[in-house]
Design a protein around this ligand. Structure first.
Ligand SMILES: [Zn+2]
Length: 226
């Protein structure tokens, strides 16, 4: 089975590529958030354990997350493989995943990095404004209002949430890139990193991902439209 890890900073376009890649490879995207929700909904023992941490506002421990992931990998729709989105997020998690897969005679086939430079990520993540009346979203660069600071739809003021202010974004990005670099280094050391230029358009990034994956022996299933 193919275990593909999808890596990219927030704003790199990873979320756009995940379902497109899943369709081309004919394997599901597995996101830890969805796994947690499903396990809690189904009331499985692991789900109940995960829920205790989530209810307490704590992170679910890595060993529980890895067990939930392995359970998910054992489901019929994942027989040909999975695309992991959102896990691992740290070097320690990457090691835990490797160990758990190795116990089953499996391994990460490829770790695809949608690579976008930090200053471009900052540009994409910043510049968000929303209107006071209805929360209509705008972006300084990508979808500016017709007149600065005013909502096109209802004429109310635009403001920036604390989360969207430049200083908050820079601090968050530094933190996330630090963890991402750990994960990239881990997979580079094990020879499975497949880096693609994330500055291209959506289709070009997708095509680059396919080329990078084929170099690691991951190709669309026979009969799948690519
Ligand atoms: Zn508005």
């Amino acid at each position: 089975m193919n275990v593909v890890v999808l890596l990219g900073a927030p704003g790199a376009g990873k979320g756009t590529q995940a379902p497109l890649l899943a369709a081309r490879l004919g394997i599901p995207v597995v996101a830890t958030g969805d796994i947690f929700r499903a396990a809690v909904r189904d009331g499985t023992p692991l789900g109940m354990e995960a829920r205790r941490y989530m209810d307490a506002g704590q992170l679910v421990p890595d060993e529980i997350t890895v067990k939930l992931l392995l359970d998910r990998l054992a489901r019929p729709d994942a027989a040909a493989g999975v695309i992991l989105d959102g896990f691992p997020r740290t070097g320690v998690q990457a090691q835990a995943l490797d160990k758990a897969l190795a116990e089953r005679g499996q391994a990460v086939s490829a770790a695809v990095l949608v690579d976008v430079p930090a200053d471009e990520l900052e540009r994409r993540m910043s510049g968000r404004w929303i209107c006071r009346a209805s929360g209509h979203p705008y972006h300084e660069t990508f979808s500016p209002p017709k007149s600065a600071g005013v909502c096109d739809l209802d004429g109310s003021d635009l403001y920036q949430r604390a989360d969207d202010r430049p200083e908050t974004i820079r601090a968050r990005l530094d933190q996330q890139l630090g963890a991402l670099t750990e994960v990239i280094d881990h997979y580079r050391a094990s020879g499975v990193i497949a880096s693609v230029d994330g500055l291209q358009g959506i289709d070009a990034v997708g095509a680059a991902i396919d080329v990078a994956l084929s170099e690691h022996g991951v190709a669309p299933l026979a009969g799948q439209v690519s």
